[in-house]
Design a protein around this ligand. Structure first.
Ligand code: BG6
Length: 287
């Protein structure tokens, strides 16, 4: 059976040691196993009962990344990262194809907690398509404007990668891109490094990046190729020691075992006219 559904999640398997687990809460992918190996980070303190966004895996950001900077923005009243990660999605369909297994999840306003939806009351339909192949995982979002006025949104696949050791991590292919440094009060700069290493807090939004894919590489040379499909920006985040210690749903030392490389459209809003649909996503493949 490729789809094992329980009350709170579905596990999608291809019968060849590859699987992906998706919680209905947030449609959060919490595990991706290829060749018997876990590729995503999920905190040992993650809250999985639907009372807080899940700390790890791939939470979905929509319709606001972070908090809106402009207090007049229609998303200004929303909490950090919007409401998609705090809503219970529907498992709409499972497809067992040739060499791939797909789960499709949906979110409509009626499933968003009322107190959140009333802060951004635009009619929309989100579809989230998760496709497992032997060496890769694709996750795609589509956003449809089902109302009679345009709306603006951000969206992001907030992927937490499980890494053996932050001290040997290398991130490739972000050179020559402009970034906003959230650790330096939003200062703008241009990345000069061909290979990015992380030895302190990092929280950067690389805008409109030039490379098709970012490589997340571990000390032994293995890693994940993170390919952009229809999305422009890449966020790199590791909260490091002090912020990790201050987070209730994150282990004090876990910052050494994870890196977030997040693909989406967050430096500028996507403007969506009535009746229109926007689509974008990522393909993660093992290197
Ligand atoms: C990242 C942001 O995408 O998400 C960070 O760039 C933020 O600024 C991080 O701290 C985690 O956010 P949250 O709301 O899940 O704690």
């Amino acid at each position: 059976m490729p789809f094992q559904k329980s009350d709170d999640k579905v596990i999608i398997q291809d019968g060849n040691e590859n699987s992906v687990e998706v919680y209905f809460y947030g449609a959060t992918v919490t595990s991706w196993i290829t060749a018997g190996k876990e590729r995503l980070f999920l905190s040992k303190n993650a809250i999985l009962n639907g009372t807080k966004a899940i700390r790890g895996g791939i939470p979905l950001v929509f319709p606001q990344f972070g908090k809106a900077e402009d207090s007049d923005a229609p998303t200004a009243a929303l909490p950090q990262h919007g409401f998609a990660r705090n809503s219970k999605w529907e498992f709409l369909e499972g497809k067992d194809g040739d060499n791939e297994v797909t789960g499709i999840f949906g979110l409509s306003p009626s499933s968003v907690p009322t107190e959140l939806y009333q802060k951004w009351p635009f009619p929309f339909k989100l579809l989230y398509t998760v496709t497992l192949r032997p060496q890769s995982l694709s996750t795609f979002i589509s956003v449809k404007n089902e109302g009679s006025e345009a709306f603006d949104f951000h969206t992001l696949l907030h992927t937490y990668f499980s890494i053996p050791d932050i001290s040997t991590l290398k991130i490739h292919n972000l050179a020559n891109n402009v970034f906003i440094d959230k650790v330096a009060n939003g200062a703008r700069d241009t990345e000069t490094r061909e290979v990015i290493t992380v030895n302190g807090e990092v929280d950067r939004v690389y805008e409109d990046v030039n490379a098709e894919a970012v490589l997340v590489q571990y000390g032994d040379g293995s890693g994940i190729r993170v390919k952009r499909i229809g999305v422009k920006d890449v966020v790199v985040w590791n909260q490091w020691e002090a912020k990790a210690a201050a987070m209730s749903d994150f282990g004090d030392d876990e910052y050494k075992e994870m890196i977030c490389v997040e693909l989406g459209n967050v430096s500028k809003y996507v403007h969506l006219a009535p009746g229109e649909t926007w689509e974008g996503g990522q393909e993660l493949s093992v290197i």
